[in-house]
Design a binder for this molecule. Structure first.
Ligand code: ZN
Length: 256
């Protein structure tokens, strides 16, 4: 892999990573391609881990929430934990819906409770959506909430992308955009205006093309997502970085 080919001074905001799950020493991890990092929790166990990690670096920002796979972790205790720490976070996530997991109606219930929380605390949401039931349900219920946010690791159709754009949501692209076979997603990314795009790694999962599934995906690999997007849009990397960084800064209010 010609990693050095992309090693330049451009720094990106990684809009979604679970850095605490990386299988390496975080103190010696040199994130030289990344200026800022949005770190999201996904279950009760890593709510506090996320906050603690963000205290170690001023460029790490926390989102707290419960992923649909762990919907039962959302309860009064975890809700209160998030509320009590609202001054330490920039968003609610990772929350959402996923057709692959059981108890869809309970997932919806937990998702709606967290939408209410995001609305009450005035935070953007970081949404995980997988499968057609999930997208349809999302479009059905999101109208009832006054929230903004990002669809993380967007991997759906152009039609669903258009609906998201109509509602002002950001679409965040990850390592799967780099897969040669992922032509449909590349068409979506070509269509979506750069003003609505975020870049992410979803570290340690979602390694870009050429890294294999077993590799530990670090936020530095965001350059490969950016490179693919630059090629698709026929734009210089500098512009990709400038605009996507601006988008993340605005959505998560990182300049405050
Ligand atoms: Zn994630």
């Amino acid at each position: 892999m010609c990693y050095n080919k992309f090693m330049d001074n451009i720094k990106y905001i990684d809009a979604h990573a679970h850095l605490f799950d990386l299988n390496c020493n975080l103190n010696t991890l040199n994130l030289n391609n990344v200026s800022k990092l949005i770190i999201a929790s996904y279950k009760e166990d890593n709510l506090i881990t996320t906050l603690k990690l963000c205290e170690t670096n001023k460029n790490y920002f926390a989102c707290l929430g419960i992923h649909p796979q762990y919907f039962s972790d959302y309860n009064e205790k975890t809700k209160n934990f998030i509320k009590q720490n609202k001054n330490k976070i920039v968003g609610i996530g990772e929350i959402g819906l996923d057709d692959r997991f059981d108890n869809f109606s309970l997932q919806v219930d937990t998702f709606e409770k967290q939408l209410q929380l995001a609305q009450e605390l005035n935070f953007p949401i970081v949404v995980h959506l997988v499968g057609s039931y999930s997208f349809n349900k999302f479009f059905e219920i999101i109208k009832n909430y006054n929230v903004q946010g990002m669809i993380h690791c967007f991997s759906s159709s152009l039609e669903n992308a258009k609906k998201m754009l109509d509602m002002g949501f950001y679409l965040s692209f990850a390592g799967n955009l780099t897969y040669k076979k992922n032509v449909n997603l590349q068409k979506v990314a070509t269509f979506v205006p750069l003003s609505n795009i975020l870049l992410e790694t979803d570290s340690p999962s979602m390694s870009p093309s050429g890294f294999g599934r077993a590799k530990n995906n670090t936020p530095n690999n965001i350059v490969f997502v950016a490179q693919t997007l630059a090629q698709l849009k026929n734009l210089p990397l500098q512009e990709i970085a400038l605009i996507t960084n601006k988008n993340a800064t605005k959505l998560f209010n990182l300049d405050k």
